[in-house]
Design a protein around this ligand. Structure first.
Ligand code: SF4
Length: 561
């Protein structure tokens, strides 16, 4: 091996305006923490640039940083929505390191699935990290710096320098306790503008069966056995660092916070919750069954309730539940495993404990019927679930490698029809499709016209008011009024969609029906969003995401689309 090169490393995570949230990209913090753990003081120059936190697609700042600091290791995180941004701007990044002996690495959601394409279309010299990067990246940088061999490093994909052939390294999952704590030095700036800060206690999903879900970023086989937890001691150390930085509200980044058997969850929660600092509030994503299960006997149900009570006592304030549908047949197609009654009881159990609940909904899928959509919306409207439903016009993403994609292929074969009608979109890893039921297709077309107008107002309204005392819009009067307006908007949106379905059944035009209900409701939401944004702190008001949301909420066209 040769003398190690001196290192100047930039970790850069890209941002897309299609997902306008303000917050930490936790994967970036995790990877930066792993580098620090592995290199210690040897790595004097480590720069972390989170474009999601800055709400900025432009890479000018990164180019400047590379030039000014002689960066020779460039690691680019490419999350959903950013493939085209990478394709359009990589030349600028490359230009800024040209003439230097440099290592370029791509990682994150899109490189995990599109590694070959990135090597072909964007950079033939780069290394791709597929899936988790904590183990692979430090080893790769060390090998590059010392001229060592990369053959034994897991999760890599690259081109052989001589033959130009792709070299695929075996995938391996990391142990969450082996790679140090996340890097936190860059968080004060994100916290100052009320950005969402994440803590990770587990990785993977103990259910892992939903047909639409793409599991390959943090899993290899996509099975429940790949679910892993971090030790409570490390979680507490991370939280203590955050408290020292003045951060007292976090979201657990876990897909399945209370995953695995109740015995294991109890052990984990009892080791963690009583030691959480009293001043810390947190939110988490849970499966319905980890909150309520019809299969629990009385004693198990009691234990589950007590765990939730303990968590609430320790600061649990918000829970996202992956409900997805309240139509029994649609739930079956999604393989959610829970019933709509269980979803309702889980939601109520949490609400009775004072937890703010948000539920995920996938309203339309390629094989759904109007009856399913209607019964789902009606159940949610009758039970109060619709007011806390995160997205009421969501259509299933027909993602590459998902079980649902195979179901559609089978449907096409069995019915001699073509539903998938285009190439995979690299930004979302999804295929475009038409609906099996043409009337659902018409509903989708009509609703989509509105979605394009609703999205720039509703999405920031929801994301910026999502969390409480330290969120972008904090728990101000205007922020709370915005939350109430969002709930009313969801109710009206569901009402409009049901009315449109009934109009379609009469062979009528659903457009005017949707407009009559959505237009005034959207105008009220936009006006409330403006008030909330204008009442935010000055540092928040100048954030690009906030400025865009303000402009979009002021520029709503008066006529229907
Ligand atoms: S959608 Fe959620 S519950 Fe279903 S497999 Fe994916 S992570 Fe697990």
């Amino acid at each position: 091996m040769s003398q190690p090169k001196s290192l100047s490393v930039l970790l850069l995570n890209l941002f897309s305006q299609k997902y306008p949230a303000i917050g930490e990209s936790h994967g970036l913090s995790v990877v930066a923490g792993a580098l620090r753990e592995s290199f210690g003081d040897e790595l004097a120059e480590l720069y972390v640039m989170d474009m999601v936190a800055q709400g900025n697609e432009s890479l000018d700042q990164a180019v400047r940083m590379i030039r000014e600091n002689g960066v020779n290791v460039l690691v680019v995180g490419v999350p959903y929505g950013t493939y085209q941004i990478l394709a359009d701007h990589f030349a600028e990044l490359q230009e800024s390191i040209s003439g230097r002996d440099a290592l370029v690495v791509f990682g994150g959601a899109l490189p995990t699935y599109l590694g070959s394409r990135i090597l072909k279309e964007i950079s033939r010299e780069a290394f791709i990290i597929q899936g988790e990067a904590e183990a692979a990246l430090p080893l790769l940088i060390k090998a590059w710096s010392c001229g060592g061999d990369t053959a034994s490093i897991p999760n890599l994909l690259h081109l052989d320098p001589e033959s130009g052939e792709e070299v695929w390294h075996p995938r391996r999952l990391v142990n969450l306790d082996d790679h140090g704590l996340p890097y936190r030095d860059h968080l004060p700036g994100i916290h100052q503008v009320g950005g969402q800060i994440f803590v990770e206690t587990s990785r993977g999903c103990s259910w892992s069966s939903c047909t639409f879900c793409l599991r390959g970023l943090t899993d290899i086989s996509g099975r429940s056995t790949e679910y892993r937890r971090r030790s409570p001691d490390l979680v507490l150390q991370d939280i203590s660092t955050l408290l020292d930085l003045g951060i007292s509200e976090v979201t657990f980044a876990d897909e399945d916070f209370l995953g695995t058997s109740l015995d294991e969850v109890e052990e984990f929660v009892r080791a963690l919750a009583p030691r959480l600092p009293g001043s810390m509030d947190f939110g988490a994503s849970c499966t319905v069954h980890s909150v309520y299960s019809r299969r629990d006997d009385k004693e198990t149900d009691q234990r589950r309730q007590e765990l939730l009570q303990l968590l609430v006592k320790s600061g649990l304030k918000r829970v996202f539940l992956g409900v997805e549908s309240c139509s029994p047949s649609q739930l079956k197609r999604y393989a959610k495993g829970h019933t709509r009654e269980e979803s309702l009881l889980a939601m109520r159990r949490l609400q009775e404990l004072g937890v703010r609940v948000e539920v995920g909904v996938i309203l339309l899928d390629p094989l759904c019927t109007l009856d399913e959509v209607e019964e789902s919306l009606e159940f949610m409207s009758e039970t109060g679930m619709v007011q806390v439903a995160s997205g009421l016009s969501n259509e299933l993403r027909l993602q590459n490698s998902s079980t649902y994609l195979r179901m559609v292929h089978r449907y096409q074969q069995e019915n001699s029809v073509t539903l998938i009608n285009g190439e995979m979109d690299a930004d979302t890893l999804s295929f475009p499709y038409r609906f099996a039921d043409s009337r659902v297709g018409e509903l989708s077309r009509q609703v989509s016209k509105w979605s394009a107008r609703v999205h720039p107002v509703y999405y920031p309204a929801k994301n910026l008011s999502r969390f409480g005392k330290a969120g972008v819009l904090r728990a101000s009067e205007a922020g709370l009024a915005l939350r109430a307006e969002i709930e009313e908007f969801r109710l009206q949106y569901a009402k409009a969609t049901v009315a449109a379905i009934q109009e379609l059944r009469r062979d009528g035009d659903p457009g005017p029906v949707l407009g009559r209900i959505i237009q005034p409701s959207l105008a009220r939401l936009a006006s409330q969003l403006q008030s909330a944004l204008l009442s935010a702190d000055e540092s928040v008001r100048n954030h690009p995401v906030v400025l865009r949301a303000l402009a979009d909420s002021r520029n709503l066209p008066p006529e229907a689309p």
